[in-house]
Design a protein around this ligand. Structure first.
Ligand code: MG
Length: 203
């Protein structure tokens, strides 16, 4: 499986990192070795002094497809979950300054913790979905899908022209404002519509 991730998809997060507002989705990949499941702990890597949390809604692809039109995109996922797009912000800043690819800052081992998934049949409106992240019990990030620049359907249409989507692939759909550093000992809990789906520690 592969993990496709969207960057710069929430306006307030673009502003906090002083990035440009994109005219098309910003896309990057993480390998399957980035996946962290079953609330396993995240081991803070030694190569970064500044690992940031980015809480994101995650779509689980249910069948193969490419060149998927946005009006049919909803047929390609039956589950939505929540995950963290861990980012070594110091390494990413160095890569960006040199105009280099970001993979070492985004796609490292364990950089994609993913929690339990909800069936899309439980969701009333994909464009009005609330989610949030607590760290050590404190609210650190909250978002609503109405704030996305590119909605789920547009993301699927866009990425599927480059990458054939396969059953089991995951799409991270971008983070809202409030990203920040995690520290060893932190406990991260992530929720969709008040339902806790992810709960793990940084070790
Ligand atoms: Mg992200």
């Amino acid at each position: 499986m592969k993990i496709i991730a969207i960057g710069r998809n929430y306006a307030e997060h673009i502003e906090e990192l002083k990035n440009e507002r994109p005219t098309a989705p910003v896309v990057f990949l993480k390998p399957d070795t980035a996946l962290l499941k079953n609330n396993m702990p995240f081991f803070h890597p030694d190569f970064s002094e500044n690992i940031h949390h980015e809480v994101e809604l995650v779509l689980k692809i249910n069948k193969e497809g490419k060149y998927i039109k946005r009006e049919f995109a909803h047929r390609y996922f039956e589950e939505i979950g929540i995950g963290i797009d861990f980012t070594a912000r110091d390494l990413q800043d160095q890569c960006k300054a040199k105009g280099l690819p970001w993979e070492i800052a985004k796609a490292f081992n364990g950089s994609a913790p993913v929690g339990e998934f909800l069936s899309t049949s439980e969701i009333k409106d994909f464009n009005d979905l609330n989610f949030h992240l607590l760290i050590n019990g404190e609210l650190r990030q909250k978002g609503n899908t109405s704030m996305m620049l590119f909605d789920f359907a547009v993301i699927i249409e866009y990425v599927s022209q480059f990458f054939t989507l396969k059953k089991g692939d995951l799409i991270f759909t971008g983070t809202p404002a409030g990203v920040g550093k995690v520290n060893i000992g932190d406990r991260l809990e992530a929720f969709i519509e008040g339902q806790k789906l992810l709960d793990f520690e940084v070790k």
